[in-house]
Design a protein around this ligand. Structure first.
Ligand code: NAX
Length: 332
């Protein structure tokens, strides 16, 4: 049976880079038919029509239907998956609280619509920034949906970290496993390779041993990953889209099929306050193992150094502040 997948912000640049991969089977498998619902705001409907025409012109076998709409109730009707990319971008001169306010309205509306119209098993991935806090607002606004059905994207950060390590050691990207992104998808995130391993000709070794440059890992590596989004904007005059779309596909595909034996992935999830001293009630990126039935568990028991603790706490503090500001804007 076809699954129903909704992408919001579908007329934007990530949407454009993402839809072909979803519709051609790279995320949900080469056998899985699907119906796409594309949500954007009213002024973008004309542009979205062009995207629908292009999807049609791809003549894909798996894609059974495409609906383009500016109404969340139509876009979220009976969906199995929601990829929430659309959000209010930060404009020049905008205060952070203005940005949180504008997005609180969007993610409250969409959370409520998901609650009312989506399947109760819907898997929701929030991409639009500030992704962690937008995800939190959607969770709070969708009280009949399990909190575990929501996550936010930090896979792009994970992929960036993995690629930096692979390049430094001189191995292929798939030789680097179990990099962790802790915290917020912002410059306070902590890319952590203390538990990562690298496959070399002589077997699997720890990332620190493979890199042989602790000061690089603790300095330039972390900074490069934290600032990578800004570096892409500076060079391209546009934010990451191709790599963001690839990361969305990686995240969703792992959620759909499960993580590989012995591996984990990072995603921003609701914190229940029982893991690694992370405060309850924020959406914080942690390593998770995903089961074939699409449930997941936080990977517990990893050692946390003083260096890591300090960085993890800085990101948690930022998320608590974002939450405290953003939740004021929720209606009653
Ligand atoms: P674009 O500005 O190209 O597209 C955004 C689209 O969202 C536009 O078509 C806009 O009309 C639509 N939109 C706005 N409000 C909406 C609403 N209420 N309902 C439905 N659609 C709405 O941005 P793009 O480059 O595609 O980036 C989208 C979002 O992803 C941004 O918030 C961006 O910051 C965020 N990112 C998050 C990443 C992550 O790792 N979590 C990485 C990539 C990206 O920067």
């Amino acid at each position: 049976m076809a699954i129903r997948v909704c992408v919001t912000g579908a007329a934007g640049q990530i949407g454009y880079a993402l839809l072909y991969s979803i519709a051609s089977g790279s995320v949900f498998g080469p056998e899985q038919t699907l119906e796409l619902t594309l949500l954007d705001i009213t002024p973008m409907m004309e542009s979205l029509k062009g995207v629908v025409m292009e999807l049609q012109d791809c003549a894909l076998n798996l894609l059974k239907d495409v609906v383009a709409t500016d109404k969340p109730e139509e876009a979220f009707k009976d969906i199995d998956v929601a990829i929430l990319v659309g959000s209010m971008p930060r404009r020049e001169g905008m205060e952070r609280s203005d940005l949180l306010k504008a997005n609180a309205k969007i993610f409250e509306t969409q959370g409520k619509a998901l609650d009312q119209f989506a399947k109760k098993t819907v898997k929701v991935l929030v991409v639009g920034n500030p992704a962690n806090t937008n995800c939190l607002l959607a969770i709070k606004s969708a009280s009949s949906l399990p909190k575990e059905n929501f996550s936010c994207l930090t896979r792009l950060d994970q992929n960036r970290a993995q690629a930096q390590i692979a390049a430094k050691v001189g191995v292929s990207n798939d030789a680097v496993r179990n990099v962790i992104i802790w915290g917020n998808h912002s410059s306070t995130q902590y890319p952590d390779v203390a538990h990562a391993n690298v496959q070399t000709a002589s077997g699997s070794i720890g990332a620190y041993e493979a890199v042989k440059d602790d000061s690089w890992i603790k300095g330039d590596f972390i900074k490069t990953v934290q600032q990578r989004g800004a570096a892409v904007i500076k060079a391209r005059k546009l934010s990451s889209a191709m790599s963001a779309a690839k990361a969305i596909c990686d995240h969703m595909s792992d959620w759909w099929f499960g993580t590989k034996e012995g591996e984990w992935t990072s995603m921003g999830v609701w914190s229940d306050g029982t893991h690694y001293g992370i405060p309850e009630g924020i959406v914080y990126s942690v390593p998770v193992r995903i089961n074939p039935d699409r449930s997941w568990q936080v990977v517990d028991g990893l050692s946390v150094s003083d260096f890591a603790r300090e960085k993890m706490d800085i990101s948690a503090k930022e998320l608590v502040e974002e939450r405290d500001t953003a939740t004021q804007f929720l209606s009653a």
